[in-house]
Design a protein around this ligand. Structure first.
Ligand SMILES: Cc1cc2nc3c(=O)[nH]c(=O)nc-3n(C[C@H](O)[C@H](O)[C@H](O)COP(=O)(O)OP(=O)(O)OC[C@H]3O[C@@H](n4cnc5c(N)ncnc54)[C@H](O)[C@@H]3O)c2cc1C
Length: 507
């Protein structure tokens, strides 16, 4: 391999250096004006990533007269939504067995069906808004990279069968896999059709413009420093309240024609920023990993860094050598996650976890790049595809994803407090955030739908442990899983599943 640049530092606009996706979004990244003085709206949303923007869009589709404001610390797409591995996947990072154990078999199946439908819904909704997000539905290829990964492949296929989704999972032997994709040492693969590769930068930037076209306002470079719940005084039996908040059951839809409260804004939920308050009937917290920076939610999510390297565009000969004409999203069965995708302009993206968790759940732009992990990812890519030895890597970046203690996403709405939130996608938020946006929009506008019955709704994970326990536990699991992967590769035998780290990371 030749010496590689580690950042897209050549991008003329520093905002584009966050990721290849923002650099290649084809959009002017100049920030929109910040909030300038306090305002009153119907719905105030923290965060202009997929969650905040899908929620805003879906609210405005349901109720075009709503006043919706999105408050973003940087620019739309600055977070994970503008940095991810491009998998718009119908799979969650939580197993069906565990879902069924916690919520019942029917609920688990409803989740899987909703997630599968969401992949097509993302394509449909983006097309409706005129967004060309390079959507290619080639499915997922889960590759067993040697005999040690075959037990996990078989267990996954069995799980699909057991829950009645056998037609959403096909086992490929080595030859069939080779006809699709030539991975060194692969023993077989699963093909799951419910996944598309897309261009997250174009999607997130396009969604921001779509929200504005429908009348929403986005304030950029406006950090939310705190939030507070509504303090209405009309208690109604049976509603859940946030601590310290009186109850209120009127969903926003019922109040949409009423004028938005005046400057005093008594009893409203509030997003506070250095340049003014945004008072609203409903505040939506859509900051994913970054929500851990707010004291009230500090222990709800563990910010885990996922890092990515990207090659130059491959030549026709290189594509011919590795195959991959189906544009599948690709991963192995390692315990330490890896993920690959093809970009619309013909590069290979290789991402993985493995960068260290930072004490105190710290998030810092310096952590977006970790040369040890990035170098490892470059080496891994060439091990997957020896035909790409010598390829030039042009970009390296990363970002934090949000992990709840029980790996289960939550879409919540407390009408009494006027607080909604969707979070905890554990690295599977590209599709899930669309489902979250539609669900929150239904909840906030008082609609009861199949989505509002899903077990994500008002789910609350227990908190992560306080430090230093959190750091000790996270680092122990991260390092142990990496060691187990190395051992499994060397010995050609699967990890037993009984080690403490595997049990702690069970999901
Ligand atoms: C490297 C990487 C690879 C990934 N790969 C995939 C993948 O291939 N497929 C998949 O499904 N998922 C993937 N994910 C996860 C996925 O990208 C996220 O789950 C999803 O984008 C979350 O969207 P979001 O809008 O909830 O959060 P974000 O996109 O993180 O948006 C949150 C926004 O809130 C803003 N914000 C935060 N705090 C404040 C504040 N106090 N005030 C104002 N604004 C604030 C941030 O600036 C940010 O723009 C990946 C994540 C990472 C980091």
């Amino acid at each position: 391999m030749t010496a590689q640049p580690t950042t897209p530092d050549t991008a003329p606009d520093p905002r584009a250096r966050v990721s290849f996706w923002l650099e290649d979004a084809g959009d002017d990244l100049s920030p929109r004006p910040p909030l300038d003085g306090s305002i009153d709206v119907n719905v105030a949303i923290l965060g202009a990533g997929f969650t905040g923007l899908w929620t805003a869009l879906e609210l405005l589709k349901r109720e075009p007269s709503l006043r919706v404001a999105v408050v973003e610390r940087e620019i739309a797409g600055f977070g994970a939504s503008g940095r991810n591995g491009a998998w718009c996947s119908g799979e969650l990072n939580i197993g069906m067995d565990l879902l069924a154990e916690r919520h019942g078999t029917e609920a688990a199946k409803a989740v899987r069906r909703a997630m599968h439908d969401t992949v097509d819904e993302v394509a449909r909704a983006a097309a409706d808004e005129g967004i060309d997000a390079g959507f290619r539905k080639g499915g997922t290829l889960l590759v067993a990279r040697g005999p040690a990964e075959m037990p996990a492949l078989r267990a996954t296929a069995e799980e699909y069968e057991r829950f009645g989704f056998g037609d959403h999972c096909r086992v490929l032997d080595r030859d069939e896999l080779n006809r699709r994709l030539r991975v060194d040492g692969a023993a077989g693969a699963l093909h799951l059709p419910d996944c598309a590769a897309l261009h997250p930068g174009r999607l997130v930037r396009g969604l921001a413009r779509a929200v504005e076209r429908r009348g929403g306002t986005i304030f950029e470079q406006t950090p939310v420093t705190s939030f507070s719940a509504a303090t209405r005084t009309t208690p109604v039996a049976g509603t859940r309240t946030a601590p310290g908040a009186a109850t209120r059951t009127t969903p926003v839809a019922a109040t949409r024609t009423a004028p938005v409260a005046g400057p005093a804004g008594g009893g409203r939920a509030v997003l506070r920023t250095p340049t003014g308050d945004v008072r609203a009937e409903t505040v939506v917290l859509a900051g994913e990993a970054y929500l851990a920076e707010l004291p009230q939610l500090h222990r709800q999510l563990l910010p885990i860094y996922s890092l990515i390297v990207l090659t130059e565009p491959l030549t026709d000969e290189q594509w011919a050598a590795i195959g991959w004409s189906g544009h599948e999203c690709v991963s192995s069965f390692r315990l330490t996650i890896d993920y690959l995708s093809r970009t619309p302009d013909g590069r290979v993206l290789f991402g993985g976890r493995g960068a260290p968790y930072h004490f105190g759940s710290r998030i810092d732009p310096r952590f977006d790049r970790d040369e040890t992990t990035h170098a490892m990812l470059r080496r891994m890519l060439v091990r997957w595809f020896p035909a790409l030895r010598g390829i030039r890597f042009t970009h390296a970046w990363g970002g934090p994803l949000g992990m709840p203690r029980d790996w289960m996403p939550s879409f919540s709405f407390d009408p009494g407090a006027g607080i909604a939130s969707a979070r905890g996608y554990t690295g599977h938020g590209v599709a899930t955030s669309n489902l979250a946006g539609r669900t929150l929009a239904d909840l906030i506008t008082g609609r009861r739908t199949a989505l509002t019955e899903l077990p994500f709704v008002n789910h609350r994970s227990r908190d992560w442990e306080p430090e230093p326990l959190r750091w000790m536990g996270a680092r122990f699991v991260q390092l142990s899983l990496m060691r187990l992967d190395r051992l499994a590769e060397r010995r050609g035998r699967a990890p037993t599943g009984r080690s403490l780290a595997e049990r702690l990371a069970r999901h």
